[in-house]
Design a binder for this molecule. Structure first.
Ligand code: GLU
Ligand code: MG
Length: 462
């Protein structure tokens, strides 16, 4: 359903992989990491020795479809269509993204697409879904560019407790001085891997940091998000440290976000600037943003997919706990970023703040594009923007302004997705089934568990 049968000619792909593998072996690369993000948001891998890359590129590497309904504790649930021990899928590495891992000497990395043994795209392949939605947008003349900001908390290795790896204030210079070599090695590794880092800084919470990267094609941006996190983890390990990307490292504190930046262009022109709408939005950008705003509660089931997500998503934490939009307002779930006056044409974009890094980035980008396209098709308009923190409004004032509090838990978000027709239609039956089954099982697993125990159980999983 998500497009091409095995993309390109398998024999040609194998020949190309053979050439690449010869070069990699000369450079001392012995193994290739093949990552795949499951529906719960956990990155799982297979690997092949470099000598086997050509075989993997031609025939794929086997993996059970049951990973579509894996949970964060490695137990397995089942949906109407998925679960059980039967069947096999082929993981086919994308050679265009083959990257030598700078912080894991001797290893390279290539994200995968999933196919059936007959060579058909697997209907629940999240990477295929992101590609299909990007293509659907292109058919409507729209080119989306996206990026995910990565926030993480850095702890000492050797314990499952969170022991901050540095001291010092939020955004403080002290933190960088204490972790100077770590930070340098991280920037060097990302650079060597061709990741276009735009900024690196100490963040608000204890030993929290952030990397932002350039926006690009959605599938590539999701790949980047995986590669950036893989690299942050690997560099941390080399320094006796441990990175947590969990939405809630410590219950009750500011968490890790995975803010999405999104823009759309038509005929090479950024639709988020130079238009007649509020703050320079064009009619199409306004409709796209309104489509996302309307579906935000349902999108949370994809972009904030963890029980821990709702420990983070609380008012007055800059996490975007209210479904509303504002111009450069950091408490609104949708923040219109217009950038420096001189740079608006290229820089203006929509930041979606309510999502976190437990999200499968491929699923998230596919769903966001589906919501944006739905808004464009219906020509939706945005309500008036908010300024300041919506938490100061009473329930009546919120209702008057049409501002909704986001779902306060995973069950509520999943219920919103289950009735969100445009998202269900885009995802298709099998992906919808997988997402809803996994969300229900994760919520069930943590029912009655204290916030502290939820945070501890999920701290090192994502
Ligand atoms: N850490 C905050 C979050 O949970 C975001 C802080 C910021 O605006 O960068 O999303
Ligand atoms: Mg941040």
């Amino acid at each position: 359903m998500f497009g091409d049968r095995m993309r390109g000619d398998p024999a040609e792909r194998a020949a190309r992989a053979g050439d690449l593998a010869r070069k990699l072996r000369e450079d001392g690369v012995h193994g290739i990491v093949l990552p795949y993000v499951d529906t719960a948001g956990v990155t799982r891998i297979k690997t092949v020795p470099t000598a086997r890359l050509a075989h993997a590129a031609r025939w794929g590497v086997g993996m059970s479809p049951v990973f579509d309904v894996f949970l964060t504790d490695d137990s397995i649930t089942s949906g109407g269509q998925l679960g059980g021990p039967d069947g096999d899928l082929r993981l086919v590495p994308d050679l265009d993204r083959l990257t030598v891992l700078a912080a894991q000497p001797g290893w390279a990395w290539a994200p995968v697409d999933r196919y059936s043994q007959a060579g058909d795209p697997w209907p629940a392949c999240q990477r295929g879904f992101a590609r299909a939605m990007t293509r659907q947008a292109a058919e409507a003349g729209l080119t989306f560019k996206t990026a995910i900001e990565v926030e993480w908390a850095l702890g000492r290795a050797g314990t499952d407790e969170f022991v901050p790896a540095c001291t010092g204030p939020a955004y403080g210079a002290t933190r960088l001085i204490e972790l100077s070599d770590y930070a340098r090695d991280l920037l060097a590794a990302l650079d060597a891997q061709g990741v276009a880092v735009e900024q690196f800084h100490p963040e608000y919470a204890d030993a929290q940091f952030e990397v932002s990267v350039a926006a690009t094609d959605p599938v590539a941006a999701a790949d980047d998000s995986l590669l950036v996190r893989h690299t942050i983890r690997a560099v941390a390990h080399r320094h006796g440290l441990r990175a947590s990307f969990s939405p809630s490292v410590l219950a009750g504190r500011v968490g890790n976000g995975g803010h999405v930046h999104l823009s759309a262009a038509r005929d090479g022109r950024n639709l988020f600037s130079g238009g007649p709408g509020p703050h320079g939005l064009t009619a199409e950008a306004q409709a796209a943003a309104a489509g996302i705003l309307e579906l935000l509660p349902a999108l949370l089931a994809i972009g904030a997919p963890s029980v821990a997500s709702y420990l983070r998503l609380v008012p007055s934490h800059w996490a975007g706990a209210y479904a509303c939009w504002g111009h450069e307002t950091r408490e609104a779930a949708l923040r219109l970023v217009t950038g420096d006056a001189g740079e608006q044409e290229s820089a203006a974009n929509l930041e979606v703040k309510c999502f976190d890094l437990a999200a499968n980035p491929y699923l998230l980008f596919g769903a966001l594009i589906a919501a944006a396209l739905d808004g464009v098709r219906r020509g939706l308009l945005l309500p008036p923007p908010v300024t300041g923190d919506p938490a100061r409004f009473s329930a009546d004032e919120l209702a008057e302004r049409g501002i909704r509090r986001m779902p306060a838990g995973l069950d509520e978000a999943a219920r919103a997705l289950s009735v969100a027709r445009p998202l269900r239609d885009a995802l298709g039956d099998m992906l919808t089934d997988a997402v809803l089954a996994v969300r229900a099982a994760e919520a069930q697993r943590f029912r009655g568990v204290s916030d502290e125990d939820v945070a501890a159980a999920l701290r090192w999983v994502y």
